[in-house]
Design a protein around this ligand. Structure first.
Ligand code: 16G
Ligand code: ZN
Length: 538
């Protein structure tokens, strides 16, 4: 076959550097210098994936999210805008680790037979990158592969990760009854802008919101989005954009951004916000957001993914009730083990909604959320969104409101289905969602914070000789260890001694370490429990 020769020749330009790669929860991610061959091979896999799925369009995003500027990464997006199906992750790893060009070609052809993909069938791929300096070079590696594999492709240049997910979904639903939107960057802004305007009818946010864009792609894209948002008294929102310098590539994610704020538990040092000012931070590819403020006693207060989830769940439940649809729609919340126990209690006891706990990583939460009509899912770190099932969309579409109040609630609910990115967690969309809810509830960030009181908690990173020794019990959402022997038993005995104590240890999927999380009724107890569990693990 002609393409065999082309693949061999193109691959020769991007030799495997002798590194072992693994496609993990965030795709491949590491020093950008090491990624040329990886991105090339991801291109081959994207073509294969498209062919396997009858030529549907597959997305490739080149980004390393909150990592330092010298890193980069690549991940695949499936046709409905979801993460790559789990069973294909090992295929990506296999291709990335082929040692020679010939081995790569053999693996590619073997894989094509294995997944029953015809390498001559049409393939469609779209891709984008964040603002990293290594992006253009990696795009060349990708297009070399797509050309050699005979795939048709479109380069969407610089986008946020969720914008690419949006586009993939738009392209693949075009002309169907589930058409998601106009497949262009402008289409994305128009869709969000119009939905925001509808959701904000007769409302206005109080004060302003300062958005820290991590000096990443979220900055220019937010400035663009603002042009499509209503201004002034009618449904306006006053957005102050900060840390949006994408000209100097070295300051990306440096002392700012969602990851900094969440892990350091402080505002970016450059912040000029006054006490009680509403602030939020995006991460480097704008798929994560956390809110925060400095209170009157100058203490930093974080409103993380758990807080966004509880806020969204309570708002949507109230709207569903207001529309007369609470019994029709099965609303649920999905969290991970890192969710603060107080947030879980708030959802189950105050909101009376079910909570499901899954393993860490967006794809697990997304899947679990799909089992609800309205699935609210967020990781504490700010990754998350709300997804509406086809059944929910049909119900909202067909429903005839029986009063003006029902009509109003229904109108907002419908607007939310457009405002919230259904494909993946999206910092820009989530931020607008929060702004809508705060405006509707007429609450300040402080009132939002006081909805419930978090349990004191502590997260510790523990270096161990081999983190692979730490495996979790299937079906426990990483809350219980299967190995090393006896460790779980020791943790259980310890936890029992603390009031409202809860703790777990799990191997990190992104770093060579074990993470220990503990919470208890007081700060001192939470710290003590975390350090004792860390002691057991070490
Ligand atoms: C990845 C995940 C993130 C998760 C984190 C956990 C995606 C897109 N990203 O970054 O959701 O919170 O891993 O990291 O799924 P850890 O395994 O090191 O704790
Ligand atoms: Zn990210």
């Amino acid at each position: 076959m002609a393409s065999n020769k082309m693949i061999l020749e193109a691959s020769a330009k991007h030799p495997q550097p002798g590194t072992a790669f693994q496609y993990g929860t965030a795709g491949f991610r590491m020093k950008a210098d090491l990624l040329d061959s990886v991105v090339f091979r991801v291109g081959l896999l994207a073509a294969l994936r498209s062919r396997k799925l009858n030529g549907q369009t597959i997305g490739v995003m080149i980004t390393a999210s909150h990592n330092p500027p010298v890193d980069n990464g690549v991940k695949l997006v499936d046709p409905m805008g979801e993460m790559l199906e789990g069973s294909w992750e090992p295929h990506a790893t296999l291709l990335a680790n082929a040692k020679t060009d010939q081995e790569l070609l053999d693996t590619y052809n073997w894989l094509a037979r294995e997944v029953k993909a015809n390498t001559d069938a049409p393939a469609h791929v779209i891709f984008a990158r964040d603002t990293r300096a290594s992006g253009p070079r990696l795009v060349e590696c990708l297009t070399d592969a797509l050309k050699a594999a005979g795939a048709e492709y479109t380069d969407y240049k610089i986008l946020t990760t969720p914008q690419l997910h949006y586009l993939v979904r738009c392209v693949n639903t075009k002309g169907t009854q589930y058409e998601y939107g106009e497949a262009s960057e402008e289409g994305y802004y128009k869709k969000l802008g119009e939905a925001f305007k509808t959701a904000m009818t007769h409302r206005k946010t109080s004060g302003s919101v300062t958005v820290d864009c991590a000096n990443g792609v979220g900055g220019p894209k937010l400035r663009e989005l603002i042009k499509y948002l209503p201004r002034g008294a009618e449904g306006g929102v006053d957005i102050k954009v900060v840390n949006d310098d994408v000209v100097n590539p070295d300051i990306l994610n440096s002392n700012c951004g969602a990851d900094y704020v969440k892990t350091q538990q402080r505002a970016p040092p450059s912040s000029k916000a006054n006490p009680m000012d509403r602030c939020c931070s995006l991460d480097g590819d704008a798929d994560r957001v956390v809110y925060y403020f400095i209170d009157e006693s100058n203490t930093f207060r974080l409103l993380d993914g758990d807080r966004i989830a509880t806020l969204a769940a309570s708002f949507i439940r109230d709207l569903a009730r207001g529309a007369g649809l609470l019994d029709e729609l099965n609303i649920g919340v999905v969290q991970t083990a890192y969710a603060n126990g107080a947030s879980t209690n708030f959802v189950t006891q105050n909101l009376k909604l079910p909570v499901v706990c899954t393993s860490t990583g967006v794809k697990h939460l997304h899947h679990a959320a799909m089992r609800f009509d309205v699935g609210v899912y967020f990781e504490a770190n700010g990754h998350g969104t709300v997804i509406f099932s086809d059944r929910a969309l049909r119900t909202l579409d067909k429903y005839e409101p029986k009063s003006p109040a029902q009509h109003d609630a229904l109108k907002i609910l419908r607007a939310l289905t457009d405002l919230i990115n259904q494909a993946v967690g999206d910092a820009l969309s989530d931020m607008l969602l929060v702004e809508v809810i705060l405006a509707h509830k007429s609450i300040t960030v402080n009132e939002w914070l006081n909805t419930y009181i978090d349990l004191p908690n502590r997260l510790v990173r523990v270096e161990v000789p081999d983190r692979n020794n730490f495996t979790t019990v299937e079906g426990t959402a990483e809350r219980r260890l299967a190995s090393p022997a006896k460790v779980q038993q020791l943790i259980d005995e310890l936890v029992g001694k603390y009031k409202q104590g809860r703790a777990f240890a799990r191997a990190s999927g992104t770093e060579d370490a074990v993470r220990v999380y503990a919470e208890a009724s007081t700060r001192a107890e939470a710290d003590d429990l975390a350090s004792k569990v860390a002691g057991i693990v070490r």
